[in-house]
Design a protein around this ligand. Sequence first.
Ligand SMILES: O=C(O)CCC(=O)C(=O)O
Length: 237
Amino acid sequence: MTGKTFNQSELDFFRREGYLRLSHVHSKRCLKPLRECILGELSRLKVWAGGKSLGSSLNNLSPFQQIAKLSSMVKIADLDETLNTAEIRNAIADLTGRAPQSSQGTQPLLSLSHQGPWSLGRLNWHVDLAAKSGAEIPGIQVFYLIDDVIEHGGATLALARSHRVAGETAGRLRSSLKTPVDLEAVLSTTDTEIIEMSGRAGDVFLMDMRVLHTPSVNSTSRIRMMATTRFDLRTSR
Ligand SMILES: O=C(O)CCC(=O)C(=O)O
């Protein structure tokens, strides 16, 4: 992907939808040491070994508390160097016309298996950076798949096109997401759509930081292994 130039339909897609999926960005060879390191850490922390939960106290936390706790406990050597490559930064410059100056580092996004039945209720929809719709893209958040993540396997969910919903409608959308009684109807009246960032190890999602997104429930038997980098572009030219 070095020096990749997106074609017009990819650029239009990103502007319109607020995200773009890139396939096979990182090779299996470079991701393997990250996966081994994560498994080594989970075993050291007595959370997971041999494909099984070790019944740690993490299991008593809610799915999203587990993600936060695991992300802070698990130390992964070379996470940022391996994932946040020049190719990723070139892709961001290509999409936005602005070269990212710096990031806040790369953070693991790990979920335990069997977190319960998959559901769109009680999620934590948010944006990580306050900015108006219609303004310049304030930042890009990159989500990396370190391992395959299947449907309902705890991938991040993004609300495509939510960066273009403004004013009172945006307020209504946020409250409907908190109590998703008739979510389909709300999504269709706001012309938004839920995207699950599932896929193959090595895939990457680039997301406009005005897009609403949330952790989701991992209802599968695999550990969800993803990571993220946030690039604030407000000072980039
Ligand atoms: O754990 C996740 O998939 C969601 C991550 C997230 O919401 C964030 O990084 O802002």
